[in-house]
Design a protein around this ligand. Structure first.
Ligand SMILES: [Zn+2]
Length: 462
């Protein structure tokens, strides 16, 4: 038996009893892999000697929005403070946590978050990276020190990376000076251009990885700055936080007479290359216009629920032809299945209906959600997904020997995975053709977890 930690992306084949291909379910699927990409997809063929085998194969999903270091805070902000808690009180706690984080901590936390993403079926991550400078707000000797740590974590763990260095300059609309808690995030436009250039060099050696730009939000970036950094995107994706909070919408309206999504649609040239993260608070007109722009909605239903943001108008948005990807954002919980389930359940609870996002009569809700997240996710992070020739060999298998899958086939397997099973059903995950998760565990979990425990203990108890 080959030692999995030494397995490299050599020519191998994986045989699935059934697999979800771009045109639907197929039986006895044999996926040939060369150089980390899918070289062939055969149907109705038997398992051959030397093939890796699994029961049900699904394409790996993109996580469009992550702040990896926040994984270390998961569960520490569920204790009520002296006053009513909100997104804004959570943010104060996050700023305090950020205050002491070292580059080593950032790398340890990112590696832990990324193995958990792979174990949960995410094979690629869009890292919305805003923690740039030392605790006093001074740039490190290497301006891209913190970006390098994110890249190192992704490389060690084997997840594909879309690095989205964040441009952050202000504490509020209209160019308000940044607050103390934000000093580690702040760059000038010139510094940001250098950071992007350095980030591109760092990411270049990683297979199937790329760099985009991320103006943080209209709270943190002026229209002039947005225009200045916009051309730096090149062909890469452009991500921005928008309309996550009611107060943000009110402040934006007071500043510009427009709501955040409305302002972006009117002034920023939003198109297919953009991902508007959250977009929670929109009018019906904004919802339809956003859908028509071709941009992707980066939805993070678990974090949006955790932070009390509100409910995204998914029925109106998808009804108007909108595209979405899912993100784990604060990483309070990392799961493809649970993000999709939470997205559907928020709509059910609001509308007091069932199968709200199925996309029409006689369709599987799980299948529609999965297909949309796969397609929108790939668009938003600028990388291909799917079990098809030419795409990176990023796949995961669901262990259907679990009793909850009894007598299920096709879309029922996805519905059961998303609504009844979840992460414990994930067996093997292939990334660039290599098995990085076996039996539900990342091949380097012991080492990465040990480093994470030490870093967190030091940060919280030193
Ligand atoms: Zn975010």
């Amino acid at each position: 038996v080959q030692n999995p930690s030494q397995a490299v992306a050599s020519d191998v084949a994986v045989h699935f009893e059934s697999a979800l291909l771009p045109d639907g379910w197929a039986s006895d699927v044999r996926v040939g892999i060369a150089g980390g990409a899918i070289a062939s997809v055969e149907r109705d063929v038997a398992l051959r000697a030397g093939d890796e085998s699994a029961s049900v194969g699904l394409p790996g999903v993109a996580n469009v929005h992550s702040h990896a270091f926040q994984r270390g805070m998961a569960g520490l902000t569920e204790h009520r403070g002296p006053n009513a808690d909100s997104f804004w009180t959570w943010r104060e706690l996050m700023y305090r946590f950020v205050g002491r984080l070292t580059p080593d901590d950032a790398e340890a936390f990112a590696a832990q978050a990324y193995i958990e993403m792979l174990e949960a079926g995410f094979t690629r991550v869009g890292e919305f990276h805003y923690l740039h400078h030392d605790p006093d707000g001074r740039p490190y000797a290497d301006l891209a020190e913190m970006a390098a740590r994110v890249v190192a974590a992704a490389e060690e763990v084997g997840i594909a990376l879309t690095l989205l260095p964040v441009f952050y300059a202000h504490s509020g609309f209209g160019g308000k000076p940044p607050s103390e808690g934000q000093r580690r995030f702040i760059n000038s436009v010139d510094q940001y251009a250098r950071l992007l250039e350095a980030s591109r060099k760092l990411v270049a050696p990683l297979p199937h990885s790329t760099v985009g730009i991320a103006p943080h939000s209209l709270r943190a970036v002026t229209p002039e700055e947005l225009s200045a950094i916009r051309p730096l995107a090149g062909d890469g994706p452009i991500h921005i936080h928008a309309a996550e909070q009611i107060r943000e919408v009110e402040d934006c309206t007071a500043w510009s007479g427009m709501r955040p999504v409305e302002w972006l649609l009117n002034h920023a040239g939003v198109d297919r290359r953009w991902c508007l993260v959250h977009g929670t608070h929109m009018t019906d007109v904004e919802t339809v216009r956003f859908a028509a722009s071709g941009a992707v909605a980066g939805l993070c239903p678990i974090t949006e629920g955790n932070l009390g943001d509100g409910v995204f108008p998914a029925t109106g948005f998808l009804g108007a032809g909108g595209s979405f990807g899912i993100g784990t954002d604060s990483n309070v919980l990392i799961s493809v299945a649970q993000e999709l389930r939470q997205l559907e359940y928020t709509q059910r609870l609001r509308d007091r209906m069932r199968n709200v996002l199925a996309g029409g009569p006689n369709r599987s809700t799980g299948r529609t959600l999965f297909d949309c997240a796969l397609k929108g996710g790939a668009q938003a992070i600028g990388l291909r997904t799917g079990i098809e020739v030419g795409a990176p060999a990023d796949m995961f298998s669901v262990a259907t020997d679990n009793a909850i899958f009894s007598a299920r086939s096709g879309d029922q397997i996805l519905d059961t995975f998303i609504f009844a099973g979840g992460d414990c059903c994930i067996d093997t995950v292939w990334r660039a053709g290599r098995r990085v998760v076996i039996g539900g565990r990342h091949i380097h979990r012991d080492k990465i977890e040990a480093r994470y425990r030490v870093a967190l203990d030091r940060l919280l108890h030193a």
